[in-house]
Design a protein around this ligand. Structure first.
Ligand SMILES: Nc1nc2c(ncn2[C@@H]2O[C@H](COP(=O)(O)OP(=O)(O)OP(=O)(O)O)[C@@H](O)[C@H]2O)c(=O)[nH]1
Ligand SMILES: [Mg+2]
Length: 290
């Protein structure tokens, strides 16, 4: 069989998680309209019997302002080392800036690289030609592909291109394994996704979700999770008037979790303030951010 590791990297919000989900044809990684949604490198395993591809979704590389941001960047850049290929995702509707230059300088030039120009649905043909040319200049050895992950355009071609460069190799993960992350990780991500979607700019970036308990009974699972915020004022915002916001988060998360576990879910959410957790290495470690 042919197999290998392929890192999906790029700036925040360019569509990396949308692409891994499209490649795997399942919702593995959370997607929101906000930048810096993904915080951990997440492996998603594609296996069709002839090829096993371990795709790695990564946090968007950005100018970090706190410890968590630095860890996220490191996680992304480390993921792009020792892989068989890199998919560098860029947003077709955005101008090239110093962030692109930083990523360019950080990447190994020895690893086969595919530039996925995503969100092609947002631009016109002449603009597409211009941006393709600009990236071809920047990465003369890379293969340039146009995508609209949201419309599932270009995903098949990307998969085909990757298969073509994979070496003969072992099956790294059991055939039916989908990811390297466990159920608790998935639960916390689903809750965080709902929070990101229901809250305004500042608050969601400063919160984390810790799963305290998943208890399985025959027909239902009982889950307890704590939403960690970094200051008192955010606690009230997360809870909302009369508990309305946290209730809405719970309802939305439960729907996804019931589908994932295939049984009824009883979800209890708590909110806890941990002052400046985002810069506290001990807490970051406890929360699973290395
Ligand atoms: N128009 C358009 N929007 C897209 C496309 N792909 C993704 N998006 C949207 O772009 C936003 C960001 O998508 P994500 O997949 O979360 O982006 P990401 O690169 O993983 O972002 P981070 O995890 O924050 O680094 C979401 O609102 C997506 O729906 C696309 O092809 N076209
Ligand atoms: Mg993402």
């Amino acid at each position: 069989m042919k197999s290998g590791f392929v890192a999906i990297i790029g700036k925040p919000n360019v569509g990396k998680s949308t692409i891994i989900n499209a490649l795997l044809e399942r919702k593995l990684s959370i997607v929101t309209e906000k930048a810096q949604t993904t915080r951990n490198a997440i492996r998603g395993i594609y296996d069709d019997g002839k090829y096993q591809i371990v795709f790695i979704d990564t946090p968007g590389i950005h100018k970090a302002h706190h410890s968590l941001g630095k860890i996220m960047n490191q996680d992304a850049l480390n993921s792009a080392k020792d892989v068989d290929a890199v998919i560098l995702v860029v947003d077709a509707s955005k101008k090239i800036n110093e962030g692109d230059a930083f990523i360019h300088d950080s990447l190994s030039k020895k690893i086969p690289t595919f530039i996925a120009i995503n969100k092609i649905d947002l631009i016109r043909l002449p603009e597409a030609e211009a941006i393709k040319k600009a990236y071809a200049n920047m990465y003369p050895n890379a293969k340039i592909l146009e995508l609209s992950a949201i419309e599932n355009f270009g995903i098949d071609s990307l998969l085909k291109e990757i298969k073509a460069i994979l070496p003969e190799g072992p099956r790294y993960y059991p055939e039916d394994q989908i990811t390297d992350k466990d159920a608790a990780f998935f639960v916390s991500e689903v809750i965080r996704e709902k929070l990101l979607k229901l809250l305004k700019e500042e608050v969601p970036h400063n919160l984390a979700v810790r799963v305290d308990e998943i208890k399985h009974k025959k027909e239902a699972a009982y889950i307890k999770a704590t939403i960690i915020v970094d200051r008192d004022s955010h606690k009230g915002i997360v809870i909302g008037k009369g508990g309305r916001r946290i209730k809405a988060v719970g309802i939305k998360a439960r729907t996804d979790l019931e589908e994932y576990f295939g049984k009824n879910i009883f979800l209890e959410l708590f909110v806890s303030v941990k002052e400046d957790w985002i810069n506290n290495n001990l807490i970051l470690k406890e929360l699973g951010y290395k």
